[in-house]
Design a protein around this ligand. Structure first.
Ligand code: ADP
Length: 611
């Protein structure tokens, strides 16, 4: 019989795949085992209603044989098998099933993208050609007495000839390629290596995978076992081993859902962040299995961005094996699962917060920032889900508290949720601006992360209480009398205040008499929408830095001796007064956690005063 050609486009794809520098050649085994498992599924299903199958559930298995001398690896199953025509139609057209998109992407892709694309899709039978120079498929379909042999060495086509086989089923024989300088193909003839690959990719295949006398796969994954049979310690051990974490997870979530979409999930909330968590190197996502076969290692669509720290496994028979990442995004089933998972994660986090506060605080140290980003993302779409999970340092209680705890403790006459920003708790807590709030007997929150202020701005209010920065011009604490007094002082000292702005040469937009300073001489605030801390935050962002500037306001305490000294110098010695203005500004910068523009000049100035 003459050689038949693959369909033209198949040929090109096959060629690309065989010659690709794809590093995960090893996945061919997963693909072939998964095909074998599907074939057994079909026949075992048939056996339920058809006595002529003549096999019990226990009889089904996948067998793997190695022959190092002949360089062959054979995968056999006693599943449904294929007829001659099926061999032609199934194996004559590459990427036939469900993977139209795969074809398109692969044809359009540059060679360097191929590994990624192959990795994303189930690539099926043809992955055998990544490791084999020749593939022979001997198959006998259930219900037929004839067997056929399909043989191909790759691109140059294939033959199908009549052959023989004892019973229904399929043997896939791979003639493993010779080693090259770059590639060690012989590893696929080593028993330990093949066992390792079975464990890695196919451990949870439902049928036994047998080598010699040994069944290599464990068949029932931990998430498929009944809750009563799996201890917390089992789950933790599984987590550490599978997700390479040294510490126990803070929370474990088990889901066994039945309904429109059935799935099982075993999810973990880590207690510490992987070192690369806040970099682009970290790839979020859950492992996605269908019927015990892993189809994606990091399925990002299963977990919302704000909970991207969650690790775990989802197994659903309702998701198809050869599904692309693009298709997954539109998969309705997957969306249902993802929504459900989001709710469960929220519930578990809340439970930890309420019942295991220490664990939650530990978790929050690593992932609190992620939750705050979550509040800011998508114009605050998730803020209601996330705001009660936040913790901030309470100045008064000297510990981390929730917004609920803050609001619940507010005296009746306190209108706002106050906060102070600083590089550390000590810096925020020590800001001169916080004095009037303390004096009023109110608590305030210390914000130490750049994202904090943005997050509460997105929230706007919590339980109808607005957030207010201690830098805000109106803290809602002053009486009308006090306001009037400040206004008077302001106009009395107008000339001096203008002089200060001038001496600082455009570094500040305003100098004014402060109504909030009590014992300290100066502080730095900002007018307009951008706060000093926002400016700091953007300073580190590439290409943003210089554009986002706060309008600085130097606030002076008119009752402080330093102000008196400035005032006198202004009358008697203008140069000295200008130096004082610079000094006061530098002090205000330091308090705000900002380096003076010219630290050497400042130091010289301070030391000259010691003369
Ligand atoms: P997919 O598995 O995604 O359908 P493959 O290229 O891996 O794509 O396989 C093509 C088809 O060949 C399968 O759908 C199945 O019908 C058939 N097939 C492959 N391997 C076997 C097998 N071991 N037993 C029976 N049929 C098989």
């Amino acid at each position: 019989m003459g050689k038949k050609q693959f369909k033209t486009e198949s040929k090109r794809i096959l060629d690309l795949m065989v010659n690709s520098i794809y590093t995960h050649k090893e996945i061919f085994l997963r693909e072939l085992i998964s095909n074998a498992s599907d074939a057994i599924d079909k026949l075992s299903y048939r056996a339920l209603t058809d006595d002529s199958v003549g096999l019990n559930r226990d009889d089904f298995k996948i067998t793997i044989k190695l022959d190092r001398d002949a360089r062959t690896l054979t995968i056999s199953d006693n599943g449904i098998g294929m007829t001659g025509e099926e061999l032609e139609s199934n194996l004559g057209v590459i990427a036939r099933s469900g993977s139209l998109q795969f074809k398109n992407e692969l044809s359009e892709a540059g060679t360097e993208d191929i590994p990624d694309i192959i990795g994303q899709f189930g690539v099926g039978f043809y992955s055998a050609f990544m490791v084999a120079e020749k593939v022979a498929v001997l198959s006998r379909a259930f219900g037929s007495d004839d067997a056929f042999m399909w043989v191909s060495t790759g691109v140059d086509g294939y033959t199908v000839t009549k052959s023989e086989r004892d019973a229904a089923g399929t043997d896939i024989m791979l003639l493993i390629k010779q080693d090259t300088e770059e590639e060690n193909y012989s590893e696929f003839l080593e028993e330990y290596r093949i066992k390792e690959l079975i464990k890695k990719y196919s451990d949870y295949v439902r049928w036994p995978i047998v080598m010699g006398d040994e069944t290599v796969n464990s068949m029932t994954p931990i998430w498929q076992r009944p809750k009563s049979e799996v201890s917390d310690d089992d789950c933790k051990a599984f987590y550490k081993e599978t997700f390479h974490d040294f510490s126990d997870p803070a929370g474990v979530i088990r889901i066994d859902a039945e309904g429109t979409v059935s799935y099982k999930a075993l999810l973990f909330i880590p207690s510490t962040a992987p070192y690369n968590f806040y970099t682009t190197a970290f790839k979020p996502g859950l492992q996605l299995y269908t019927n015990g076969v892993m189809i994606m290692d990091k399925c990002a669509d299963l977990i919302p961005e704000h909970f991207r720290f969650v690790q775990g496994v989802v197994d659903s028979p309702d998701v198809s094996l050869n599904i692309s990442r693009e298709l997954l995004q539109h998969d309705r089933q997957l969306k249902v699962i993802a929504n459900n998972i989001e709710k469960k994660v929220k519930t578990e986090l809340k439970r930890l917060l309420d019942k295991e506060r220490d664990k939650y605080e530990e978790f929050f140290k690593s992932f609190g920032i992620q939750l705050k980003y979550g509040i800011m993302n998508d114009f605050g779409m998730k803020k209601d889900m996330l705001s009660d999970l936040l913790l901030f340092w309470s100045s008064r209680r000297e510990k981390m508290i929730t917004l609920d705890e803050y609001v619940d403790a507010m005296p009746e006459d306190q209108k706002y949720i106050y906060y102070a920003c600083g590089d550390s708790i000590a810096a925020a807590n020590g800001l001169p601006q916080t004095e009037p709030i303390r004096d009023a007997g109110f608590d305030f929150l210390c914000f130490t992360e750049g994202v904090d202020e943005f997050a509460v701005q997105m929230l706007g209010a919590y339980k109808e209480k607005s957030f207010k920065s201690v830098n805000d011009d109106d803290l809602g604490l002053e009486s009308d009398d006090e306001k009037e007094k400040t206004d008077e002082l302001e106009s009395e000292n107008k000339e001096l205040l203008d002089f200060i702005v001038e001496s600082l040469g455009g570094k500040i937009s305003e100098a004014k008499i402060s109504h909030r300073l009590k014992t300290h001489p100066v502080c730095l605030t900002a007018s307009g929408p951008i706060s000093l801390d926002m400016e700091k935050y953007f300073k580190d962002a590439p290409a943003q830095g210089e554009k986002i500037k706060a309008q600085r306001v130097l606030e002076l305490n008119a009752a402080h001796p330093a102000f008196e000294a400035l005032k006198q110098a202004y009358v008697s010695d203008r140069d000295r007064a200008a130096d004082y203005a610079k000094l006061l500004y530098a002090q205000a910068q330091l308090i705000a956690g900002i380096m003076p523009d010219d630290p050497t000049e400042m130091t010289d100035l301070v030391c000259s005063l010691m003369k």
